[in-house]
Write a protein that binds this ligand. Structure first.
Ligand code: ADP
Ligand code: MG
Length: 309
């Protein structure tokens, strides 16, 4: 049985369709990446899952129960990190964490201490003095020290430095080993690549791709890095090639799986000095989804690409 499942989830705000038939499914013990640019509908989906927003149509279930009707029951077994962390300004970080743990009747004291230490958080400061990164840490410590069956994490590492990101990744691996399920929304693809068993890519309220990393890679073919003795004048005219880049005489580009054979044959006519193949990163996969999109989309993809390499 799946831990979390949405079917044709649709959410309208007035005339605007924020979610358009979203289907996602998280199995027990699975880390599920929910990937998309800003405004794609990740947080809206998550708010629906938490029973904070009512759907326009479609269904959403967690532990086989309806997220709206059975929210109280479901929440006993779910921990959540919101995308925008707002805390009580006059409480200290430690007080906020304790409050969350108490509200849940959860005994997470040991985990709490450990996580505060690992995330290098000073829990004695008032929340209003915290930076975005520290507010993020407070929310993370509160959620991650809770013993839950499902963790719903909305861009949990967006304000964290790489060292802290590693602490988070370590926690995810431990939680997964214990059979916990995690829905992890992100636009940080490298993070997802390391952690997730399955990925759904959302864009403008629609899921445009789902599958294991391997399945998605299969769709996108191979990245070739090639150096030849003689230049290849009409490489760009060979079918099935995208994104040709040159660096000091070394070319790299993506090749569709079914065209690989003829591309290799073409290359071999120019005296191969070096030939490497690798699966595309999610970054490249993500960029491809923007091909044919609006130029604003492309700019955004480029921005995320730069930021995230
Ligand atoms: P993401 O989390 O992927 O960045 P969101 O789910 O926050 O995206 O937003 C999806 C789209 O829905 C955006 O265009 C956003 O402006 C819109 N939206 C979100 N919440 C509301 C709301 N309460 N009222 C109107 N529009 C909203
Ligand atoms: Mg969001």
């Amino acid at each position: 049985m799946s831990i979390l499942k949405t079917t044709a989830l649709t959410k309208k705000f007035g005339d605007f369709t924020a979610l358009d038939g979203v289907d996602i499914e998280v199995a027990k013990g699975e880390v599920y990446g929910f990937i998309g640019p800003n405004g794609a509908g990740k947080s809206t989906t998550i708010r629906v899952l938490l029973g904070l927003l009512k759907v326009t149509s479609g269904t959403a279930e967690i532990f086989g129960q309806d997220v709206w009707e059975d929210a109280v029951d479901i929440h006993k077994r779910v921990a959540y990190v919101p995308g925008d962390v707002n805390l009580w300004p006059n409480l200290t970080g430690g007080e906020v964490i304790d409050l969350f743990l108490k509200l849940r009747g959860s005994n997470g004291k040991t985990r709490r201490e450990e996580l505060i230490r690992k995330f290098d958080l000073d829990p004695t400061k008032k929340c209003r003095t915290y930076s975005k990164g520290n507010r993020q840490k407070v929310a993370l410590v509160a959620a991650l020290s809770t013993d839950a069956d499902l963790y719903i994490l909305d861009e949990p590492t967006s304000g964290l430095d790489p060292l802290m990101e590693r602490v988070f990744q370590e926690w995810v691996r431990e939680a997964k080993a214990q059979g916990k399920s995690i829905l992890l929304s992100s636009h940080i693809l490298s993070e997802v690549e390391k952690l997730c068993d399955k990925v759904a890519i959302i864009r403008q309220g629609k899921i445009i791709e789902t599958g294991t990393l391997q399945e998605l890679r299969h769709l996108t073919g191979t990245v070739l890095t090639v150096e030849t003795k003689r230049p290849m004048p009409s490489l760009h005219e060979v079918g099935g090639i995208q994104g040709i880049q040159e660096k000091q005489g070394v070319l790299s580009f993506q090749v569709d799986a079914e065209e690989l054979d003829q591309v290799i044959r073409y290359i071999s006519g120019f005296g191969v000095v070096k030939l490497e193949s690798s699966p595309p990163t999610l970054e490249e996969l993500f960029m491809r989804h923007y091909e044919g999109g609006s130029s604003a989309d492309k700019q955004e993809a480029a921005y995320h690409g730069q930021k995230l390499v």
